[in-house]
Write a new protein. Structure first.
Length: 508
């Protein structure tokens, strides 16, 4: 039994993914339990893991292999959602799970990991290929990379890839320093910076929608689009993570990473070919084209907010400053809105309004593209003086995934009365309820060596360059927080930011 490879199963078929081991630092943490191991189970369930595969977990907590497997089984059953838990599938995956306890600052832990990696390479035929997944606090990235470098794990005999989670630094200077530190031990081509939004089906579908159809791409420019709104709203607060969250805030946590990546995907030019470098080149070009605000422009184009206590339904909800671990005078933004411009020929003059916040009325992430009004209002005389509803294309990212096109249509009956109607595409209805998780997609891409949905160094630096002026101005400002009650759509100043250009937020 000790020499048997559980992934060489007659019921399996070749997935096209090369053999590898995944070494997870922070294997006892929340990310591993909620996302990584459940995603690996789903891949195993769908026969998408390679025949040569193993997982080695590391954290400081002393655990045996069996205890680690038991914890991961509990995590899978708790966080699976729409995939059935099958004991036979879990048993196959569990036999490939191993655990090496130890502190990342101890050189000995890397020696033990190296020994375990060599054992699993022989038993599971992983080919010596290793994916290092850093599911730890970002402050530990440099320590782990240095440990991997000093132990020789960062280099051959097989492929070596390093996957890290956001945030990639806390400003432009620290992002550059992190890149320099990581590149001492790993080539840029081997560093995979994960932003799970890029793995979401609907974000990927923006590219298919634009470049796979001849209908919409001709409209995708300043000539037809008036403005774009990108919203990521959460109903929850900080969920007991107040001490951690107050070191980040909404602008760093969501706008600089997720929302700017969605914006770049929406704005990018068609790549010359569907190849990772070509796709990432175009996305990076957009980010480098974002107009960098001058300090005096920040108050007009960026709004910070923080939720206060409120009664939502029958529940009394605390404000951010009343959350456990939060400074009662905290200046952390739990809401951030900003207006960006992309200074290139396609998008010059089109405002992109990005916002994200906690304790808002609805959980939703979407992109709303508003088109210019018709050049001649033919039906004004029969519209009772009301302004015509704008044409909207809405890309829904979560919780529902789909695309909706809103346009005007004649109401049935006598006379020419118009009303807005929608044509809707729903992923669940068209393709079935089961969709790939973002982490499934991104884990497979890392194993295959396809970085198209991962973020390159130049794109990271460009996105930080776009928000750095806002961060610097806000650092010197004392806000009168809280400035919006929990359960509302944010501070009044965010509405005023759009009103100055004749626009208003679309609240889903």
């Amino acid at each position: 039994m000790s020499g048997e490879n559980p992934f060489r199963d007659p019921l399996r078929y070749e997935s096209g993914v090369p053999p590898c081991a995944v070494i997870i630092f922070g294997a006892n943490g929340d990310l591993t339990r909620r996302k990584l191991i459940p995603a690996l189970y789903r891949l195993a369930y769908n026969r998408l893991l390679p025949c040569g595969f193993a997982v080695i977990g590391n954290s400081r907590t002393p655990l045996s292999d069996e205890a680690f497997r038991d914890r991961m089984r509990q995590a899978v059953t708790e966080f699976l959602d729409d995939t059935p838990f099958q004991t036979d599938v879990w048993d196959v995956l569990a036999r490939a799970l191993f655990y090496v306890p130890g502190d990342i600052a101890d050189p000995g832990v890397y020696e033990r990991i190296c020994t375990k990696a060599e054992e699993t390479a022989r038993r599971f035929q992983t080919g010596g290929n290793i994916i290092f997944y850093l599911a730890t606090h970002p402050s530990q990235y440099t320590t782990i990379a240095a440990g991997l470098g000093a132990s020789g794990l960062a280099r051959g005999p097989g492929l070596r890839r390093l996957v890290i989670e956001k945030p990639f630094g806390h400003d432009l200077e620290s992002a550059r320093a992190l890149n320099r530190d990581l590149q001492k031990y790993f080539d840029e081509s081997s560093i995979y910076r994960i932003d799970h939004y890029l793995g979401k089906e609907t974000v990927q579908n923006i590219l298919a929608f634009r470049f796979g159809n001849g209908i919409f791409e001709p409209l995708w420019s300043r000539h037809f689009i008036d403005h774009v709104q990108i919203t990521a709203a959460e109903t929850i607060g900080v969920e007991g993570r107040g001490a951690f969250y107050q070191q980040a805030g909404a602008l760093r946590d969501m706008v600089q990473s997720h929302l700017l990546q969605v914006m770049a995907t929406m704005c990018m030019e068609p790549p010359a070919a569907w190849e990772p470098d070509a796709v990432r080149d175009e996305r990076a070009k957009v980010l480098r084209s974002i107009r960098v605000m001058k300090p005096e422009e920040v108050p007009l184009n960026a709004v910070a907010g923080q939720y206060g206590p409120a009664r939502i339904g029958d529940t009394e909800v605390p404000g951010f400053r009343q959350e456990p671990g939060v400074d009662p005078e905290s200046q952390t933004d739990t809401y951030a809105a900003a207006t960006f411009f992309v200074d290139n020929w396609r998008w010059a003059g089109v405002p992109f309004y990005l916002r994200s916040g906690k304790r808002l009325p609805k959980r939703v992430t979407d992109v709303a593209i508003q088109f210019h009004a018709a050049p001649l209002a033919v039906f004004d005389s029969v519209s009772n003086g009301k302004a015509a509803s704008p044409n909207l294309l809405i890309v829904r990212i979560q919780p529902e995934q789909g695309i909706s096109l809103r346009f005007l249509s004649k109401q049935p009956g006598i006379g020419m009365k118009l009303r807005p109607v929608s044509m809707d595409f729903h992923y669940g209805q068209s393709f079935g309820s089961r969709q790939s998780w973002d982490y499934e997609t991104l884990l497979v891409d890392a194993m295959r060596g396809d970085p198209a949905l991962y973020i390159r160094q130049d794109a990271i630096e460009a996105s930080w360059a776009a928000v750095d002026p806002i961060l610097k101005v806000w650092a010197d400002e004392r806000f009168d927080f809280p400035n919006y009650p929990a359960g509302t759509w944010g501070p009044k100043a965010a509405d005023e930011m759009l009103a100055r250009r004749g626009h208003a937020w679309r609240n889903p």
